[in-house]
Ligand binder design. Structure first.
Ligand code: PGA
Length: 251
């Protein structure tokens, strides 16, 4: 199975109804008019899932959420369950993003539980890992990423239901990026960790995205690396032209 490039947009806490629907329609229009050989995914905030789903009807662009709870339902004020996301038409849920690990104190064990609940409801996951600036300075990048991959992917993870995103925390939204060699080294190391836990076949088929200040001007450098299977894009995914220009650099 060749790994199909994934171009995923993480809209984070951005866009009101009109902006979100316009953005989705704009992306859909541009995707339709071009032949891209990649899988597109957009992950708007919860409030936009329903209207973006409608805007994307008839396209091949998949819909994802930015987090989901570890339970199907119950007394969890303010949370959203994987069952609800499936019901509204999501195919993916992002789990363990560094902003959730920081803002909501999520750890690897919780991310693994959330992933199990997501799979049980037929959702696929994008599980995020990545080191902080301090961990990088201390030479801990590979060890931290390995620990996060081992701890955040439950035994039910496989190459069909799971995508990993390597996102160095210090590169997210900062305009700073690692070198292409650093990215390839981390991705190759992550693939080895997956091989050890799930076997060589799964490791060979599982997609590993790079995320952290990806933009049209640097996309080709990262996306043409052998172990980089696409991008998880924050800021640049809020402009249809930039999002598509990133796809165009590889797909
Ligand atoms: P960025 O965000 O592209 O704005 O750096 C990436 C992410 O957090 O997924």
């Amino acid at each position: 199975m060749a790994r199909k490039t994934m171009i995923a947009g993480n809209w984070k806490m951005n866009c009101l109804q009109k902006d979100g629907v316009d953005l989705a329609k704009n992306i859909a229009l541009k995707v339709k008019n071009n032949k891209y050989n990649c899988e597109f995914l957009v992950c708007p905030p919860y409030t936009l899932l329903y209207s973006v789903k409608k805007a994307l009807r008839g396209t091949k662009i998949a819909l994802g959420a930015q987090d989901s709870h570890q339970s199907d339902k119950g007394a969890h004020t303010g949370d959203i369950s994987p069952q609800m996301l499936k019901d509204i038409g999501c195919e993916y849920t992002i789990l363990g993003h560094s902003e959730r690990r920081t803002d909501h104190h999520e750890n690897n064990a919780l991310v693994a539980k959330k992933a199990q609940a997501a799979y049980a409801n037929g959702l696929k996951t994008i599980i995020c890992v990545g080191e902080t600036a301090k961990q990088r300075e201390d030479g801990e990048t590979l060890a931290i990423c390995a620990k996060q991959v081992r701890g955040s992917l439950p035994k039910e993870s496989n190459a069909t239901n799971t995508v990993i995103a390597y996102e160095p925390v210090w590169a997210i939204g900062t305009g700073k990026t690692p070198t292409a060699k650093d990215v390839e080294d981390v991705h190759a190391a992550i693939r080895q960790v997956v091989a050890k836990k799930f076997g060589a076949k799964t490791a060979n088929n599982m997609r590993i995205l790079y995320g952290g200040s990806v933009k049209p001007s640097n996309a080709k450098e990262f996306l043409s690396l052998p172990d980089v299977d696409g991008a998880l894009i924050g800021g640049a995914s809020l402009k249809a032209d930039d999002f598509l220009a990133i796809a165009k650099s590889v797909c």
